[in-house]
Each structure stands twice: as C-alpha cells, then as structure tokens.
Design a binder for this molecule. Structure first.
Ligand code: ADP
Length: 320
C-alpha cells in the first residue's frame, strides 16, 4: 500500500446513543458507536479508496481498545493513532432532542484527546502530504487547540492544502471569548472550509443574506474555497482564482434518497469532496461527488456503517 497523501487530525470518541427516546436522564441502555467527526471522515475516505492518516489520541482503557479495533478494522493506518497510558478515552451522550437542555454531553475533561500535543506529526511527514484536515471541536481549549493550530500552521508552510470544518459547539468552549479569535485564526490557516450558515455565526454579518454573500464573507477571512452544506437541500460551493481547481460557483440540490439518519452526513460529504478534488475534479464535480457520499450515508443508521465505496457513489450519480 502506498503512503497516504492526506492527514486528518482530531478526536475519536465513543458516542453513546440511548436505545429509548426522551430525556437523557431517563435513558437506561445505550448503543455504543465509534464517532468523532475526524474519525468519521478518515473512515469515509478509506471506504472511498483514499485512505488518509488519522492523528488522534485514545486512552488506555476499554473504550480506547474498542476504538483502536474499529479503526484497524476499517483500514485506517495506526501510525498517528496515539494511546495515552495515563488518560481515559473521551465519550459523549447523544440524545434525540436538540431542544433539550442537554442533548449532547461531551465527557472530555482529563481525557487523552484533550492532551494531543503540538509537534506530534513531524514536518518530514507533512512535506510528503498533499492535504491536511482539522476540525473545530478540538479548538475548544488549550493545549489541544495549540496542537491543532500548530499542525495547520506547519501544513500551510509545507504547501499542503489545509481544510477545516468548524463544527462549532459553543457550550464546549472553556472560555467563550476565545471562540471568535480562534475561528478567525483557523480560517486564516485554511484553504478549504466546509461549514453551514449557523456554524460560524460568531464571525458572520451576512448570516441572513443570500448564500453567495455568506460564502464571500467567509472567503474574505482567507480560504480560497468554501462549501456550505444545507442537509436535504444540498450544497453551495464557491472558489476564488487562488484555488488550484480555478474560480467557480456551484449550487446543487441533494440527491433524492430515503434518509433515515443524517448522523455523519457532513463528514461523508467532506470525504467525497476531498477525494474528488485530490483526483483533479472540478469544484462542481466535487460537490456532486460529496453530495452523493453524504446522501448514501443517510440511508442507514450510524455514521460509519453506511459509508459507501466509490462504485456505489458513481452508481448514484449515474442514476440521477
Ligand atoms: P452536517 O452533518 O455537517 O450538518 P449536512 O446535514 O448539511 O451536514 O449534510 C451534508 C450533505 O449530505 C448535504 O449537503 C447533502 O448533500 C447530504 N445530505 C444530508 N442530508 C440529506 C438528506 N436528507 N437527503 C439527501 N442528502 C442529504
């Protein structure tokens, strides 16, 4: 197998989903699933035949062992999968009522993922990579924030394409005042941003305006390419003349599928677009490919199990 061209950085988590509906406080039994947006993305790209490195940090505990097993089974390289002998593995409770006070609870304090350290991925590795992706959840507090920004800075210096998914969860931030300057810095370091209208509301003045204005405002922070996903309504993409795939604008509806669970659709979309752009496809083709990967992921429950391979994606595209 050839060495990966891509590195994804961030959290791998155990997500615990109650097997019954209603308040989390009443849940008695849970389904355990591997999760974390960067881990989902790494598995999605592997399924598409573009296996990346995943830089992540697990605890030396049963959850960590389980996640290491899942990543291995899914074919993700363990080169940058760290195991922290002194810390536990991060996990979340994922409720089904976003309006509830606590529908998503992140047990992160003192965990291995929050102890990711700058410099772990050496410059020599970055020099051989084409693309580095980081997510926003691990920007919520130092020191892991420093680790992520350091990676993005060094990747930028090595001329990698840097992509970023803010995935903003304001309640995770130890100091909410850090959110705006940190997101601003992340956008300066990123070439490609995948987000949605609400995700970066902390930075946006055009949030209520037409989608092209939102994209232009985001591009002004530094990236050359922005993808704004809209769930069942599809994706808007815009790239400037600085983009290797050239200046372009595209607005595409979602594929018409019977969606049952949209968990991980955004990560699947990102996997599809990165895979297509690395293969030299246009912005428009990359959005089509990403939308198809996202759509197929919604047709079964879970973020990882339903991820399609390249043939399934091409079949859906050809059928529409
Ligand atoms: P996120 O999970 O980051 O919120 P979205 O829900 O916007 O991301 O989904 C990402 C992409 O996945 C969408 O742009 C779309 O192409 C696809 N997708 C999501 N939900 C559906 C759906 N119900 N039907 C078809 N495609 C979908």
């Amino acid at each position: 197998m050839t060495d990966p061209d891509v590195l994804i950085a961030g959290e791998t988590l155990v997500d615990l989903f109650p097997t019954t509906t209603g308040p989390l406080a009443n849940a008695e039994t849970f389904d355990r699933r591997a999760g974390g947006a960067p881990a989902n993305l790494a598995v999605a790209m592997t399924r598409l035949g573009t296996a990346p490195y995943l830089w992540t940090r697990l605890g030396a505990d049963p959850f960590g062992e389980h996640l290491a097993d899942v990543l291995e089974t899914q074919g993700v390289s363990d080169r940058f999968v760290e195991v922290d002998a002194d810390r536990k593995t991060a996990h979340t409770l994922v409720g089904d009522d976003p309006a509830a006070d606590q529908s998503f609870v992140f047990y992160k304090e003192g965990t291995a993922t929050m102890a990711m350290e700058p410099g772990t991925v050496p410059d020599e590795t970055l020099a051989n990579l084409e693309w580095v992706h980081f997510g926003g959840v691990m920007l919520c507090e130092a020191p892991v924030r420093t680790a992520m920004l350091d990676l993005a800075e060094r990747a930028q210096a090595q001329a990698c394409t840097v992509s970023f998914d803010p995935n903003t969860r304001e309640d995770l931030w130890a100091d909410p005042a850090d959110l705006e300057p940190t997101m601003r810095r992340a956008l300066e370091l990123a070439d490609v941003v995948k987000t949605d209208r609400e995700d970066l509301s902390v930075l946006l003045e055009t949030i209520d305006q037409e989608i092209a204005s939102v994209a232009e405002e985001l591009l002004a922070y530094g990236p050359h390419t922005v993808f704004l996903t809209r769930g069942a309504e599809g994706t808007y993409g815009m790239a400037t003349a600085d983009a290797p795939w050239g200046p372009a604008e595209t607005d595409q509806p979602a594929f018409d599928v019977d969606a049952v669970d949209t968990t991980g659709a955004g990560d699947a979309f990102t996997a599809g677009t990165i895979t297509a752009l690395l293969a030299g496809r246009s912005l428009s083709d990359a959005v089509t490919f990403g939308n198809a990967v996202g759509a197929l992921t919604t047709t079964e429950t879970g973020a990882m199990e339903p991820l399609p391979d390249r043939e399934a994606v091409e079949r859906l595209i050809a059928a529409q």
